[in-house]
Design a protein around this ligand. Structure first.
Ligand code: PBG
Length: 326
């Protein structure tokens, strides 16, 4: 026997002791479940690159939400899929009062008044260019985009959204949206800013779900360079100063250091988006029998919490809830 003062293994000797010393926890109430909706009735279309995730029509999403809320999930993030014919340069469909997305928000809120509905502010689902902003001569123009986003934000607030999620990465949009909302009396609508949103390969499956891939070029003039972290602090400072209620980092897994930095530097809640590609990787490996999908999922979600995220947007929400509810 060797004499050791410190034997860290003592704190791991039984499941009960491991639980006693566990530093980070994960709860169903930490989850925001991103969901996809399309026009029509009786639709439930599986996304090829996201096994287990579907695009619903309003009638089927209402059924699905019964299951989702029964699992204890209390927040969703709703994304619309629009037919190509509805798209134009100015994303004008996004703020038409009778557009199906806005009507769906209202209908869901009516049926599930306690459910938190987060919505997305960006032009891509409605844009014939497939970009988050307005394209002029091949450029994504900042200030004209923000005016369109303002109309979109107001329309979503009126429809019944609880949290708006500007995912567009235009400069100055948080302050502009806050102002537009407040002027119209929507002082209680929250803004969760996509503060540090990186130009990432991990959004591929999401663009399949929305059929919203850019028609030309990429998103590198507005989304961040994956090589940068100081810039994330700048983005977060601006969003904080402009009035964001929560700051988000996206994607999550390759950016755990960014989550940690924001959590250490800002006294508002930090969220992380465990994006479509991160979901697809684990699903693909699990379906091949190459790793234990449930364990990988729980490990990944815990790591995002450990890094400092308070809440997690994740396509795993339902599956993780089943495990956490056991
Ligand atoms: C678009 C938007 C994207 C995601 C959320 N909002 C994709 C993009 O920026 O191209 C990605 C979500 C995911 O991959 O799960 N504004």
């Amino acid at each position: 026997m060797i004499y050791l003062t410190r034997r860290p293994r003592r704190n791991r000797k039984s499941s009960a002791i491991r639980d006693l010393v566990q530093e980070t926890t994960l709860q169903v109430s930490d989850f925001i479940f991103p969901m996809f909706i399309q026009e029509g009735t009786n639709q439930k279309v599986e996304i090829k690159s996201m096994p287990g995730i579907y695009r619903f029509s309003l009638d089927t999403i209402l059924e699905e939400l019964k299951e989702v809320t029964d699992l204890g999930i209390r927040a969703i993030d709703l994304f619309p899929n629009y037919a190509e014919a509805k798209k134009d340069k100015y994303a004008s469909e996004s703020y038409k009062e009778d557009t199906f997305y806005l009507k769906a928000i209202t209908a869901i809120k009516e049926k599930f008044p306690e459910l938190v509905i987060m919505t997305d502010i960006a032009m891509d689902p409605y844009s014939s260019d497939g970009h988050d902003g307005l394209v002029e001569n091949g450029e994504i123009v900042n200030d004209a985009t923000i005016e369109i986003l303002g109309k979109m934000a107001l329309a979503q607030a009126k429809a019944g959204a609880d949290i708006l999620g500007p995912s567009d990465m235009m400069d100055g949009r948080i302050g502009y949206l806050r102002d537009v909302l407040d002027r119209e009396g929507h002082t209680n609508i929250s803004i969760m800013s996509y503060s540090a949103k990186y130009a990432s390969a991990f959004y591929g499956p999401f663009r399949d779900a929305l059929e919203s891939a850019p028609k030309f070029g990429d998103k590198k003039t507005y989304q961040m360079n994956p090589a940068n972290s100081r810039e994330a602090l700048l983005e977060a400072q601006l969003d904080f100063a402009e009035g964001a209620d929560m700051l988000m980092v996206k994607p999550a897994l390759s950016y755990l250091d960014i989550i940690r930095q924001l959590d250490e530097n800002f006294d508002i809640p930090i969220a992380a988006y465990n994006v479509s590609g991160e979901y697809a990787m684990i699903k693909a490996a699990a379906l091949n029998g190459w790793l234990d999908g449930d364990r990988a999922m729980m490990e990944v979600l815990m790591s995002i919490r450990r890094a400092g995220a308070k809440c997690i947007l994740t396509y795993f929400a339902k599956e993780a809830a089943v495990i956490l509810n056991r």
